[in-house]
Design a binder for this molecule. Structure first.
Ligand code: NAP
Length: 310
């Protein structure tokens, strides 16, 4: 048990914050964890399940004397929260966020953070399709990547402390700049989510033709799409509105590849299809070898909580 921060404040008490709380408690990384969520319903639930040592009635109260403040709200809500808490932050404190997009969050939040407070953006690449205060669990970050996106010239000791907290929660930490982060995530998470949303939408259209057969006979490929497409609508709306450029760039490339495969199917070019699928199969193997997924049946996803990322 090594305390990294005396007091941690979690603003927003959904999946990411609640998992942080349980992971911090598991390893004894903070003296006290305070929390705040905008609705009284979420605050009451948090109190009922013992989420946070102290659930506060305002964000301002939660951040008072906090050594680390973590913004765990949807990307589109980061600026308003930062603006509200900024005058009440302790000198020398660190503010981080867990938003799935980095450049837009930095542009929105950084101008509000006082000069005597460190703003060190970050993003845990771990999640599930569930949300809310009851959805968190201590193991969410185990062996998952947590990307830290420090600005140039960021305080080295403050970055090291945040890294220690993330590692203490079980994560592997890497540093990256914001533009690169947004492009990488557009490839690995944002565009795949958009494709899943689309595929489930197409299947839903089809269902009107073939009644319930799409659901009844859905094989694991489609089931995986529906799992991803069940992710929180607010969070994902904000991701696409705030990672516009990178997502559109990757979608453009995706469309080109799709047309090439479409053409191969139409012209009966089996060699093209086989080569393509051989290549993609090797990528899947690489992910398993890197310890980022399992080749257990159903990807090890049943029956417990499902790991994903954003
Ligand atoms: P969540 O479970 O839906 O929880 C969101 C929390 O933010 C709730 O406590 C909610 O309060 C609060 N909130 C929502 N809108 C707000 C607003 N306009 N102003 C103030 N508070 C607001 O979300 P989450 O999955 O933990 O995601 C939180 C952040 O983590 C997002 O920025 C997301 O991009 C990022 N992230 C998510 C994942 C993932 O897979 N889920 C992974 C990595 C990073 P109420 O409960 O009172 O409504």
């Amino acid at each position: 048990m090594t305390i990294v921060y005396d007091r941690v404040a979690l603003i927003g008490l959904g999946l990411i914050a609640s998992s942080m709380h349980w992971a911090i408690k598991r390893a004894g990384l903070a003296g006290e964890v305070t929390g705040y969520a905008r609705s009284s319903e979420t605050r009451d639930t948090a109190r009922e399940i013992g989420l946070c040592d102290r659930v506060c009635e305002s964000a301002i109260e939660a951040v008072k004397d906090a050594d680390l403040v973590v913004l765990c709200v949807p990307v589109g809500a980061m600026e308003a929260v930062a603006k509200e808490i900024a005058p009440y932050l302790k000198t020398g404190a660190t503010v981080t966020d867990v938003g799935s997009v980095k450049k837009a969050v930095i542009d929105a939040v950084a101008p509000h953070i006082p000069a005597d407070v460190h703003f060190i953006p970050s993003h845990p690449l771990a999640g599930t399709e569930h949300s809310g205060p009851r959805s968190g669990f201590a193991e969410l970050y185990d062996n998952r990547w947590w990307l830290i996106v420090p600005a140039e010239g960021a305080d080295v000791a403050a970055v090291a402390k945040l890294r220690a907290l993330c590692e203490g929660m079980g994560a592997n930490v890497d540093e990256m700049n914001a533009e690169h982060h947004d492009l990488v995530l557009a490839v690995t998470s944002h565009t795949p989510h958009l494709i899943a949303y689309t595929m489930v939408g197409v299947a839903d259209d089809l269902r009107r033709v073939s009644e319930s057969e799409v659901i009844k006979y859905s094989a694991s490929g489609f089931r995986d799409f529906t799992r991803i497409a069940a992710s929180d609508p607010t969070m994902w709306r904000d991701v696409f509105l705030n990672n516009k450029e990178a997502t559109l760039e990757i979608l453009g490339r995706f469309t080109e590849e799709l047309f090439a495969l479409q053409r191969a199917i139409r012209t009966g070019d089996g060699e093209h299809l086989h080569d393509y699928f051989t290549h993609t199969r090797a990528i899947r193997r690489g992910i398993i070898e890197a310890g980022q997924d399992t080749d257990a049946p159903n990807f090890g996803r049943a029956p417990g909580p499902v790991k994903g990322e954003s």
